[in-house]
Ligand binder design. Structure first.
Ligand code: URA
Length: 213
Protein backbone atom coordinates (compact mmCIF):
# COMPACT_ATOMS: atom_id res chain seq x y z
CA UNK A 1 0.00 0.00 0.00
CA UNK A 2 1.30 3.41 -0.96
CA UNK A 3 -0.01 5.30 2.07
CA UNK A 4 -0.97 3.43 5.20
CA UNK A 5 -0.98 6.65 7.22
CA UNK A 6 -3.72 8.48 5.27
CA UNK A 7 -1.38 11.30 4.40
CA UNK A 8 -2.14 11.19 0.67
CA UNK A 9 -5.32 12.89 -0.52
CA UNK A 10 -6.31 12.30 -4.15
CA UNK A 11 -8.98 14.79 -5.21
CA UNK A 12 -12.01 12.97 -6.52
CA UNK A 13 -14.34 15.45 -8.21
CA UNK A 14 -15.79 15.73 -11.74
CA UNK A 15 -14.53 19.31 -12.10
CA UNK A 16 -11.00 18.26 -11.23
CA UNK A 17 -11.22 15.30 -13.64
CA UNK A 18 -12.52 17.59 -16.40
CA UNK A 19 -9.77 20.15 -15.94
CA UNK A 20 -7.13 17.41 -15.70
CA UNK A 21 -8.26 15.98 -19.05
CA UNK A 22 -7.58 19.37 -20.69
CA UNK A 23 -4.34 19.80 -18.80
CA UNK A 24 -2.95 16.44 -19.94
CA UNK A 25 -3.92 16.98 -23.60
CA UNK A 26 -0.75 17.61 -25.63
CA UNK A 27 -2.67 20.05 -27.86
CA UNK A 28 -3.50 22.40 -24.95
CA UNK A 29 -1.60 25.65 -25.47
CA UNK A 30 0.37 27.45 -22.70
CA UNK A 31 -2.30 30.14 -22.15
CA UNK A 32 -4.99 27.58 -21.36
CA UNK A 33 -2.51 25.31 -19.59
CA UNK A 34 -1.53 28.14 -17.21
CA UNK A 35 -5.16 28.95 -16.51
CA UNK A 36 -5.95 25.30 -15.75
CA UNK A 37 -2.96 24.98 -13.41
CA UNK A 38 -4.18 28.09 -11.62
CA UNK A 39 -7.75 26.79 -11.28
CA UNK A 40 -6.66 23.36 -10.09
CA UNK A 41 -4.29 24.94 -7.57
CA UNK A 42 -7.20 27.02 -6.23
CA UNK A 43 -9.40 23.95 -5.81
CA UNK A 44 -6.57 22.06 -4.15
CA UNK A 45 -5.85 24.95 -1.78
CA UNK A 46 -9.51 24.92 -0.76
CA UNK A 47 -9.25 21.19 0.02
CA UNK A 48 -5.92 21.41 1.81
CA UNK A 49 -7.21 24.15 4.12
CA UNK A 50 -10.26 22.17 5.20
CA UNK A 51 -8.84 21.97 8.74
CA UNK A 52 -7.08 25.35 8.74
CA UNK A 53 -6.87 27.15 12.07
CA UNK A 54 -9.55 29.81 12.47
CA UNK A 55 -10.25 32.47 15.05
CA UNK A 56 -13.70 33.46 16.18
CA UNK A 57 -14.74 37.01 15.48
CA UNK A 58 -17.93 38.98 15.85
CA UNK A 59 -18.96 40.93 12.78
CA UNK A 60 -21.68 43.56 12.71
CA UNK A 61 -24.03 42.89 9.78
CA UNK A 62 -26.49 45.63 8.71
CA UNK A 63 -28.96 43.96 11.11
CA UNK A 64 -27.15 42.33 14.04
CA UNK A 65 -23.94 40.85 15.42
CA UNK A 66 -22.87 37.61 13.77
CA UNK A 67 -20.41 35.07 15.20
CA UNK A 68 -17.96 34.28 12.43
CA UNK A 69 -14.67 32.49 11.88
CA UNK A 70 -11.63 33.98 10.19
CA UNK A 71 -8.27 32.62 9.12
CA UNK A 72 -5.76 34.61 11.21
CA UNK A 73 -3.63 37.14 9.34
CA UNK A 74 -0.26 35.77 8.19
CA UNK A 75 -1.13 32.20 9.20
CA UNK A 76 -0.82 30.78 5.66
CA UNK A 77 2.30 30.90 3.51
CA UNK A 78 2.43 29.60 -0.05
CA UNK A 79 5.86 28.29 -1.09
CA UNK A 80 6.29 27.49 -4.79
CA UNK A 81 9.21 25.27 -5.74
CA UNK A 82 10.84 27.10 -8.67
CA UNK A 83 10.19 27.09 -11.52
CA UNK A 84 6.99 25.13 -12.21
CA UNK A 85 5.54 25.78 -8.74
CA UNK A 86 5.10 29.43 -9.75
CA UNK A 87 2.25 28.28 -11.98
CA UNK A 88 0.27 27.25 -8.90
CA UNK A 89 0.97 30.37 -6.84
CA UNK A 90 -1.78 32.60 -8.20
CA UNK A 91 -4.39 29.87 -7.80
CA UNK A 92 -3.47 29.45 -4.15
CA UNK A 93 -3.58 33.24 -3.70
CA UNK A 94 -6.99 33.36 -5.40
CA UNK A 95 -8.23 31.37 -2.40
CA UNK A 96 -6.14 33.12 0.27
CA UNK A 97 -5.25 36.58 -1.06
CA UNK A 98 -3.65 37.56 2.25
CA UNK A 99 -1.24 34.61 2.29
CA UNK A 100 2.46 35.26 2.64
CA UNK A 101 4.73 33.92 -0.11
CA UNK A 102 8.11 32.19 0.14
CA UNK A 103 10.23 30.75 -2.64
CA UNK A 104 12.50 27.73 -2.86
CA UNK A 105 14.58 27.02 -5.96
CA UNK A 106 16.00 23.54 -6.30
CA UNK A 107 18.77 22.20 -8.49
CA UNK A 108 20.40 18.81 -8.81
CA UNK A 109 24.10 18.36 -8.09
CA UNK A 110 25.67 17.03 -11.30
CA UNK A 111 27.81 14.50 -9.43
CA UNK A 112 25.73 13.33 -6.46
CA UNK A 113 22.35 13.86 -8.25
CA UNK A 114 21.08 15.17 -4.90
CA UNK A 115 18.71 18.16 -5.02
CA UNK A 116 19.65 21.21 -2.98
CA UNK A 117 18.35 24.78 -2.75
CA UNK A 118 20.12 27.30 -4.98
CA UNK A 119 17.75 30.05 -3.86
CA UNK A 120 15.38 30.39 -0.93
CA UNK A 121 13.56 33.24 0.73
CA UNK A 122 10.92 32.65 3.39
CA UNK A 123 8.84 35.11 5.41
CA UNK A 124 9.85 34.88 9.08
CA UNK A 125 6.24 34.31 10.21
CA UNK A 126 6.02 31.07 8.23
CA UNK A 127 7.16 29.13 11.30
CA UNK A 128 4.00 29.89 13.29
CA UNK A 129 1.50 28.91 10.61
CA UNK A 130 0.71 26.59 7.74
CA UNK A 131 2.99 26.31 4.71
CA UNK A 132 1.50 25.20 1.41
CA UNK A 133 4.43 23.85 -0.59
CA UNK A 134 3.38 23.78 -4.26
CA UNK A 135 4.85 22.05 -7.32
CA UNK A 136 2.72 20.61 -10.16
CA UNK A 137 4.64 17.32 -10.60
CA UNK A 138 5.72 14.86 -7.91
CA UNK A 139 8.00 12.52 -9.87
CA UNK A 140 10.96 10.99 -7.99
CA UNK A 141 10.41 13.29 -5.01
CA UNK A 142 14.04 14.48 -4.98
CA UNK A 143 13.38 18.22 -5.06
CA UNK A 144 10.28 17.93 -2.88
CA UNK A 145 12.24 16.13 -0.16
CA UNK A 146 15.00 18.72 -0.29
CA UNK A 147 12.46 21.58 -0.19
CA UNK A 148 10.66 19.96 2.72
CA UNK A 149 13.93 19.51 4.57
CA UNK A 150 14.70 23.18 3.98
CA UNK A 151 11.33 24.17 5.49
CA UNK A 152 11.82 21.83 8.46
CA UNK A 153 15.32 23.22 9.09
CA UNK A 154 13.78 26.70 9.02
CA UNK A 155 11.42 25.59 11.81
CA UNK A 156 8.18 25.12 9.85
CA UNK A 157 6.04 22.44 11.51
CA UNK A 158 2.81 22.43 9.47
CA UNK A 159 3.68 21.69 5.84
CA UNK A 160 1.09 20.60 3.27
CA UNK A 161 2.42 19.59 -0.13
CA UNK A 162 0.14 20.34 -3.10
CA UNK A 163 0.81 18.77 -6.51
CA UNK A 164 -1.32 18.19 -9.58
CA UNK A 165 0.10 14.85 -10.77
CA UNK A 166 1.94 12.37 -8.56
CA UNK A 167 3.86 9.17 -9.29
CA UNK A 168 3.60 6.43 -6.67
CA UNK A 169 7.41 6.35 -6.39
CA UNK A 170 7.53 10.03 -5.47
CA UNK A 171 4.66 9.81 -3.03
CA UNK A 172 6.31 6.94 -1.19
CA UNK A 173 9.69 8.70 -1.10
CA UNK A 174 8.21 11.93 0.29
CA UNK A 175 6.05 10.23 2.91
CA UNK A 176 9.02 8.10 4.01
CA UNK A 177 11.35 11.09 4.19
CA UNK A 178 9.00 13.28 6.21
CA UNK A 179 6.77 11.60 8.80
CA UNK A 180 4.46 14.62 9.20
CA UNK A 181 3.85 16.01 5.72
CA UNK A 182 0.53 15.48 3.97
CA UNK A 183 0.17 15.44 0.18
CA UNK A 184 -2.78 16.56 -1.97
CA UNK A 185 -2.84 15.60 -5.64
CA UNK A 186 -5.38 15.84 -8.46
CA UNK A 187 -4.16 12.55 -9.96
CA UNK A 188 -2.09 9.55 -8.93
CA UNK A 189 -0.49 8.21 -12.13
CA UNK A 190 1.05 4.87 -13.10
CA UNK A 191 4.75 5.53 -12.52
CA UNK A 192 7.93 6.96 -14.01
CA UNK A 193 9.63 6.28 -17.33
CA UNK A 194 13.41 5.85 -17.69
CA UNK A 195 13.85 9.64 -17.79
CA UNK A 196 11.88 10.16 -14.57
CA UNK A 197 8.86 11.59 -16.42
CA UNK A 198 5.47 10.66 -15.03
CA UNK A 199 3.31 8.31 -17.14
CA UNK A 200 0.85 9.13 -18.52
CA UNK A 201 1.53 12.53 -16.91
CA UNK A 202 1.38 15.70 -18.95
CA UNK A 203 4.98 16.23 -20.06
CA UNK A 204 7.20 18.95 -18.63
CA UNK A 205 4.93 21.16 -16.54
CA UNK A 206 7.36 24.10 -16.39
CA UNK A 207 7.83 24.12 -20.16
CA UNK A 208 4.07 23.95 -20.74
CA UNK A 209 3.33 26.73 -18.22
CA UNK A 210 5.97 29.08 -19.56
CA UNK A 211 5.90 28.05 -23.23
CA UNK A 212 9.59 27.05 -23.26
CA UNK A 213 8.96 24.16 -25.61
N1 URA B 1 8.57 17.10 -14.03
C1 URA B 1 7.68 17.37 -15.02
O1 URA B 1 7.46 18.53 -15.36
N2 URA B 1 7.05 16.35 -15.60
C2 URA B 1 7.27 15.06 -15.26
O2 URA B 1 6.64 14.16 -15.82
C3 URA B 1 8.19 14.81 -14.23
C4 URA B 1 8.83 15.85 -13.64
Amino acid sequence: MIDSSNRLMVLNHPLVAHKMAHLRDASTKPTEFRQLVRELAAIETYEALRDARVEEVTVRTPLADASCARIPADSITVVPILRAGLGMLEGALDMVPSALVGHVGMERDEETHEAHPYYAKLPSRIVDGTALLVDPMLATGGSAIAALQYLRDAGVRDVRFLVLVAAPEGVRAVLDADPDVRIWTCALDDGLNENAYILPGLGDAGDRIFGTL
